[in-house]
Design a protein around this ligand. Structure first.
Ligand code: FES
Length: 107
């Protein structure tokens, strides 16, 4: 279980307890957080689950694999350091306190 803070582009925060084993995307989708569309359902094939990870979390997350890296090229205004696809981030206790900022829009 991890407490994750999703911050909408307008500053609205959603603090959600997400179960271990789900993805950060599923935590948002299942709790109605607006702004994470996840059109492909988590297959790393759409980039509409894009977020900017809080700077202090960048090095605490597992590294991006090649597929995520490629798909991020299609995201809205990706940041080379802070952008991640939330369907590729598995929730565990290690993610407790994670803060992600949603982009202005998804593609
Ligand atoms: S949900 Fe489609 S890439 Fe993450």
């Amino acid at each position: 279980m991890a407490k994750i803070t999703y911050v909408e582009h307008n500053g609205t925060q959603h603090v959600i307890e997400v179960a271990t084993g789900l993805t950060v995307m599923e935590g948002a989708r299942d709790n109605g957080v607006p702004g994470i569309e996840a059109d492909c359902g988590g297959a790393c094939a759409c980039s509409t689950c894009h977020v900017y990870v809080a700077t202090e979390w960048v090095d605490r997350l597992p590294k991006k694999d090649a597929m995520e890296e490629d798909m991020l090229d299609f995201a809205w205004q990706p940041d080379p350091v802070r952008s991640r696809l939330t369907c590729q981030l598995k929730v565990s206790d290690a993610l407790d306190g994670l803060v992600v900022n949603l982009p202005e829009k998804q593609i």
